[in-house]
Write a protein that binds this ligand. Structure first.
Ligand SMILES: *Cc1c(COP(=O)(O)O)cnc(C)c1O
Ligand SMILES: [Zn+2]
Length: 415
């Protein structure tokens, strides 16, 4: 918190002192999401190129001075962040672009970018002496919170929609969360979590509402910049659900501009699924957000009432970016491409980013000479059914070499 100056409502711009412990603006309630504002002049004295060069921490805590956490002992947390940024050669070639990077956040301890926010939520809970954290989630925020909390000895109460994928549920069960499965969709899970949190006074990890979580998510952008020697790409592509991830990506690059460490903020391409694309529609038609059905295989971005549309839309606009909407079919195809060409297995919501990039290239929104980074936000092991459902049946074979040879011949397969 050392360099936090104050909080500011994204809607009415009312300022709140850094001692304010509410989550949202008193005047605007849930629409009035707060933004953490820093004193960059003071921060500049510590956070320099040399600071990064000399920093041995290989986790998101290397960015602690740029975050809104008070405690400074991070030795007990899971190791979140500092995930690899791969240069892609094969996929770049097949897409006919010169420079493509993949930031693999599926390698975080619970398998998604959400760990960056969850570990911050846990630290805030410890700061505030609150031992119980609650959230509603399509899956990853939940499993990530449960995992990070388990490590730190905190309790979690998790509200999930009826069709949460098995992989995520298995994580929740194993991490020991109190799981409440709602007979309904994410919107309903969110509504019950909100009234339960208000009633019982638990710590709220609902990402949009809690201003500190975007500060955790922004570390993905700080890492992308640092891993590219502070020469960030022209475009960063990621999928959009509530909108906190893309808002965080913007904030990370914004911080670095303020510190004079980079010269431009990459343009942001936000991607939603055709089955649930309220932020895409609000952006494209420049009209107020309308709620949407949650009808897509990409469960992590199936968010019918996004909670952070304002921050997300502002981020995309301010970066000179764009939005894409892609079909479930295109998402599954992109997931297969990412796995088979780069060895990166991604859940559908994450593969949506690549599907969006492919579409943006077709429409000449992104051109082949621009440098692009896509963020792999979630590991494919979380939702294996999405992929096995499309597999053709694999015949059972006897343990017999002749049968195997005949099979290869019949199929015309050369290995
Ligand atoms: C949560 C999530 C997103 C989208 O993040 P928002 O903050 O909801 O916009 C994208 N991909 C995966 C895998 C996620 O879990
Ligand atoms: Zn306000």
């Amino acid at each position: 918190m050392k360099y936090v100056s104050h909080y500011e409502c994204v809607l009415c711009e009312t300022r709140y002192p850094k001692t304010y412990t509410g989550n949202t603006c008193e005047q605007c309630s849930d629409q009035g999401i707060l933004d953490v504002i820093y004193d960059y002049e003071a921060m500049k004295e510590t956070v320099t190129l040399q600071y990064f060069k000399n920093n041995p921490k290989r986790s998101l805590w290397r960015y602690a001075p740029l975050m809104s956490v008070e405690l400074n002992d991070f030795s007990q947390t899971l190791m979140v962040g500092w995930t690899p940024l791969y240069r892609s050669y094969k996929l770049a070639k097949s897409l006919n672009i010169n420079t493509l990077y993949i930031k693999d956040d599926g390698l975080n301890p619970t398998g998604s970018l959400k760990d960056r926010a969850s570990v911050v939520a846990c630290m805030k809970a410890i700061e505030q002496n609150n031992r119980i954290i609650a959230c509603a989630s399509t899956g990853n925020a939940a499993s990530s919170l449960a995992g990070n909390a388990a490590r730190l000895g905190l309790k979690t109460v998790i509200f999930v929609p009826k069709r949460v994928p098995k992989g995520k549920l298995a994580q929740l069960y194993s991490y020991g969360a109190e799981v409440i499965k709602i007979d309904g969709d994410y919107r309903e899970a969110y509504a019950l979590s909100k009234s339960a949190i208000n009633t019982f006074g638990w710590m709220n990890r609902n990402a949009a509402i809690n201003p500190h979580l975007v500060e955790g998510k922004k570390t993905v952008a700080l890492e992308i910049a640092e891993q590219l020697d502070f020469n960030p790409p022209d475009w960063v592509v990621c999928s959009v659900g509530d909108g906190c991830t893309i808002a965080g990506v913007y904030k990370g690059f914004y911080d670095l501009i303020q510190l004079g460490l980079i010269e431009k903020i990459p343009r942001l391409l936000g991607v939603q699924s055709e089955g649930c694309n309220p932020i895409y529609k609000a952006f494209k038609y420049a009209r107020p957000l309308e709620l949407a059905l949650e009808n897509t295989i990409a469960d992590s971005i199936a968010v019918g009432i996004p909670r952070n549309p304002l921050k997300a839309l502002k981020a995309i606009e301010a970066s000179g970016g764009a939005m894409m909407s892609v079909s479930d079919n295109a998402i599954l195809k992109a997931g297969k491409i990412l796995s088979s060409q780069e060895g990166i297995f991604s859940e559908p919501a994450s593969a949506a980013a690549l599907a969006g990039l492919i579409k943006a290239l077709e429409q000449n929104i992104i051109t082949s000479d621009e440098r692009v980074t896509i963020i792999n936000t979630g590991n494919g092991l979380k939702d294996t059914d999405a992929y096995t459902a499309q597999m053709e049946e694999i015949p059972l074979m006897k343990n017999d070499l002749e049968t195997f040879k005949e099979y290869l011949q019949r199929k015309g397969r050369k290995l």
